[in-house]
Design a protein around this ligand. Structure first.
Ligand code: ADP
Ligand code: ZN
Length: 519
């Protein structure tokens, strides 16, 4: 194994789990490989075909990814080719069927449309594995669900004795279980690497939309641009991409842009310039994504919160691949979390919609968090770290202000109880802030004794407090289809049972940056 590794890849040792996974594949066992981006997952399916001289089938979502990989493999003297959707290259088919290739890449659509006779011929000469790259695409709980991936279980019948290898950088338990079940894996060997990226700094800031903020952002970026490393700015809409791009250009920063509405030629050009360091900054939607293997990205900025922490971790994880200290800033605004309808778009099943709302809720929790961001992220991916302070996130670096918030917590919880029924956070907060909106008058909530008692804080301040109370179990947020509603939890009930309008038991909480601003 080592000599093959050396001969084709020039490496002298395996990284964690690579050897184990390769051995299991050679024993013809199904495998699930869950490792962070850049940790070397591909090698797990690239080495076995070289050892046993049988073809490895690799399912990959994007033609452009396959092209890059095939090219890189050919340069190493490995026989690789791809079959695209609808591609009818006869000679590739004939060669493939004769077992000529070490690695044969294809999209899931292609894999499912190939005739059984194709697979039979290939089986006769030998298939050493079937790898499903970006395997989280099979799961509705993943951040990038693709219907085509769901069809892949058909191949299980045809390739009954071929080891299936799922690979992903998305590590939640739900996604893992989904991949195993959807691919009908049989007692798979599961390799889970660490997701901690010690060299990455994580920080979050709240912002209000407007040119004022864009100018501020451009100034921040210009501090980075020009000292060797590159920056990616991820925006949630194409409009934002264009606005930030223009502002950067006006500021004289060498920037490029990338989004789905550009021609593929313009996108390729933009990508190439970025990789060649002709640009300092790339402003993009998430269309600029898979397969970016640039080592010296020093900063990934999110202008607007992504729809899930899984996407956030993957996108921000594109920086600092070379192990050098790099930073990930996320700028969010309240409206980022009310986009469930938008993201649900064409989703049909309730499960899919719930997954979207739940993901947004967790992303929001991350944004308003007052404790270690890294710990929260890793916890979310099922990796438990004992240290409460990583020393490399905004919350761990600044000494947090704390304050007794018992009165405010009392008002909020009492108000949520008084409103009864199924409301999100906005209703009780608007009541506290003394709103006379129609929906409040209709419900006669303006007559509640608490109406207007919380005027002195902005609604973002109250939301930030609410999220702290949720994370400490005083409040509970639940989903009903795509609507979230909030209620008082066990701890909150205990608190309320001893509290009176003139007395509340002490409740000391750290202030989030939003609360410090409005305090
Ligand atoms: P992933 O698919 O997990 O994102 P890749 O397979 O693209 O990661 O690998 C990331 C980088 O690490 C590649 O440049 C690859 O050549 C390199 N790499 C993989 N395995 C090893 C190894 N054993 N030793 C050194 N470099 C490795
Ligand atoms: Zn931390």
């Amino acid at each position: 194994m080592i000599s093959t590794l050396k001969k084709f890849f020039g490496y002298s040792e395996f990284r964690p789990y690579q050897k184990e996974v390769i051995e299991k594949i050679l024993e013809r066992r199904d495998c699930l490989v869950v490792m962070a981006t850049g940790s070397g997952k591909s090698l797990c399916y690239q080495v076995p075909p070289l050892l046993v001289e049988k073809t490895a089938i690799v399912i990959s979502p994007l033609i452009s990814l396959m092209q890059d990989q095939v090219m890189a493999l050919k340069e190493r003297g490995i026989k690789a080719e791809y079959l695209g959707t609808g591609q009818s290259d006869h000679s590739v088919h004939i060669l493939a069927q004769s077992g000529h290739f070490h690695l044969l890449f294809m999209t899931p659509e292609k894999a499912c449309s190939l005739a059984v006779s194709f697979w039979s011929k290939l089986l006769e000469v030998g298939i050493c594995l079937l790898a499903v790259d970006e395997a989280h695409c099979i799961s509705e709980w993943g951040h990038d669900f693709r219907v085509e991936y769901k069809q892949l279980d058909k191949l299980r019948n045809i390739l009954a004795n071929v080891p299936f290898v799922g690979l992903t950088a998305t590590a939640t338990q739900k996604v893992r279980t989904d991949v195993i079940n959807s691919l009908r894996m049989n007692d798979p060997y599961v390799a889970i690497g660490s997701f901690d990226r010690e060299n990455l700094f994580y920080g979050v800031k709240h912002f209000n939309r407007g040119t004022l903020f864009v100018n501020e952002l451009v100034q921040e970026i210009s501090k980075f641009a020009g000292n060797g490393g590159s920056t990616i700015i991820y925006c949630t809409t194409i409009k934002d991409v264009e606005q930030i791009f223009e502002s950067l250009q006006e500021a004289g920063i060498k920037a490029g842009m990338y989004h789905g509405k550009m021609s593929s030629k313009a996108r390729e050009e933009s990508h190439r310039s970025f990789v060649r360091d002709e640009l300092n900054v790339m402003v993009a939607t998430i269309a600029f994504g898979m397969g970016i293997d640039k080592p010296n990205i020093r900063q990934v900025v999110h202008y607007g919160c992504p729809k899930s922490l899984q996407s956030y971790y993957q996108e921000s994880g594109r920086c600092g691949r070379d192990g050098i200290a790099s930073v990930c800033w996320l700028y969010y605004t309240g409206s980022d979390f009310t986009k469930a309808d938008f993201y649900c778009g064409e989703l049909k099943t309730e499960n899919q919609r719930r997954a979207v709302v739940e993901s947004l809720m967790i992303a929001q929790k991350y944004c308003v968090l007052a404790t270690c961001r890294r710990k929260f992220l890793l916890d979310y991916f099922g990796e438990h770290v004992s240290a409460d302070n990583c020393g490399n996130c905004d919350n761990c670096r600044v000494s947090k202000r704390e304050r007794d918030l018992s009165r405010e917590a009392f008002l909020l919880m009492a108000c949520i109880q008084s409103c009864r029924g199924k409301w999100g956070l906005n209703m009780p907060i608007d009541v506290l802030r003394g709103s006379k909106a129609k929906r409040i008058l209709d419900m006669h909530f303006d007559k509640l004794p608490l109406h207007g008692l919380g005027k002195s804080y902005l609604s973002n301040w109250w939301k930030s407090l609410a999220y702290q109370l949720i994370s400490h179990g005083y409040l509970v947020e639940t989903i009903d289809d795509i609507y979230k509603f909030v209620s008082v939890g066990k701890k909150g009930e205990q608190f309320l049972s001893t509290a009176r309008p003139d007395y509340q038991p002490p409740l000391v909480l750290p202030l989030t940056s939003e609360m410090v601003d409005g305090d």
